[in-house]
Design a protein around this ligand. Structure first.
Ligand code: HEC
Length: 117
């Protein structure tokens, strides 16, 4: 019994909250159309870009189609995560995920990744 009434309370609180949100967005919409002056703002710097390094363009051409550079920058660091590690990663992208990377580009990409990350 206790549980049931608690659930009802939570449900009631939630619906009040969503009504408020709806009311707020209606208010925001009407504010937006009242003043038609153009808004200009500056975008923040790109945070998910590949770092500068040897063969950066090769990496940009081959490693940005499916996911962001965050996938690279969030990998573990240290001596164990250098050439062999990146060679295996690039091979996995090609063999497992079907990345269309030319054979000649593979060593350039591995060199970049080992030197830069
Ligand atoms: C054809 C699409 C595709 C391309 C191109 C691609 N990747 Fe991936 N990558 C994936 C997928 C899919 C995953 C796994 C995503 C997940 O698990 O959420 C992944 C994951 C990763 C990860 C995370 C670790 C892991 O093994 O899952 C790294 C690092 C990575 N990719 C690096 C690269 C690099 C470097 C390149 C360029 C050589 C590249 N990717 C190009 C599809 C791609």
């Amino acid at each position: 019994m206790k549980h049931a009434s608690l659930l009802t309370l939570v449900a009631a609180a939630l619906s009040v909250a969503s009504l408020r949100i709806a009311a707020l967005s209606v208010a925001a919409l009407s504010l937006g159309s009242a003043g038609a002056a153009p808004i200009s703002y500056t975008l923040p710097d790109e945070t998910a870009a590949f770092k500068a390094g040897p063969n950066l363009e090769v990496v940009q051409n081959n490693c940005t189609a499916c996911h962001s550079a965050d996938y690279v920058s969030t990998q573990p660091r240290g001596l164990k995560f250098k050439k062999d590690f990146w060679q295996a990663e690039v091979t996995k992208m090609i063999k497992v995920y079907g990345a269309p990377i030319a054979d000649a580009d593979v060593p350039k990409i591995v060199e970049y990744l080992a030197a830069t990350y």
